[in-house]
Design a protein around this ligand. Sequence first.
Ligand SMILES: [Zn+2]
Length: 377
Amino acid sequence: MSTDTTRERERRRRQRERLRRRRRRRRIAAAAAGAVVLLGLVFVVWTVRERMEAGKRAGESGDIIVLTGSGAETAAGLFGEGPGEVRPDVAAGGETALRDGEDGSADPAAGEGNPQLTYVPSTTVQLTEGQKHTGDLILVSSSFGYDFEANEETIHLVRIGDSQSWTYPVDKEEFMVARHIMKSLDAMIHDCDQTMGTNETGISSAYRSMEYQQNVWDEAEEEYGEDYAKSYVATPGYSEHHTGLSVDLGIFYDDGSYGSFTGSENAAWMASNCWKYGFIRRYAEDKTAITGISNESWHFRYVGLPHSAYMAEHNLCLEEYLDFLKSSTSAVNPLVYTCEGTEYSIYCTSESVIQKPAGRFEISGDNRGNYIVTVSG
Ligand SMILES: [Zn+2]
């Protein structure tokens, strides 16, 4: 009996042991399954977030998110129009779009109410009429007036005295330039003065409104006669000073008197070095037949790099440079130019829909009916 009892106990003990092991295996399996489900959930949430971010980025860049499967309308409502700096009418033909699957079929992987987003990069950029008349390369001359309306929203003027990063002379406190040229202007005047060992280079004229230019013209005509005014002062509406991209430089002495910029060492330094800061000497002596303006050693115009570098290297005034881009470049045959270690592709086009460049790009009008596309990187 005692042997049987012992065997029975042993059998039950083993049975309990087996049950314990089975339960432990089940618990481990359940925990593992739980972990897998959790990881899966994390992955799904991450993927959805990524796709939504991609959707937002595409909205900004003008790319298109194609939505397939059901629930399309809900997701379309989520993204809407492209936000940010890019104008909606510039982005991808104005269509920062979410649309249903082309063939109407849903992705087989897409469950009910579970839309699938597919990233489709846009291949074109739509340019506006206004962009032909705005930007750093616009030509404003006796033949091409400044388009105040087109530039009203794109140009941001700031007072030089309030915005300069170091103190150099500014003749009148109300003098303004386009905000985006301030850094270059500060650096150019700084480096000129450093080289001269003085603090005498300053601003004697900057942005001019229509009314201001009219006063300048009237005063010049009254004081020096019509011939002088025609040679040195632009007709109101046709002055480069309207752009906010031009300045006249002068010599300002400590005692409050002015020196002549023409013939000064500062003028010579500026003529040779302004291109490094994106500026050009706009009215040179050897270009008067083209510009229609007499030699002005003091007048500098911002066009930005790499354009200022190319123009300096090839001794081209703005009219000549724009003529060259118009006659010799196209989207498939751009000017390829390396400046300060960066390779640029530059071309002129009158087409309002262009192929989207692969790198960073800037658009400027030439104010003569064309766009200049500058691609870097
Ligand atoms: Zn000027």
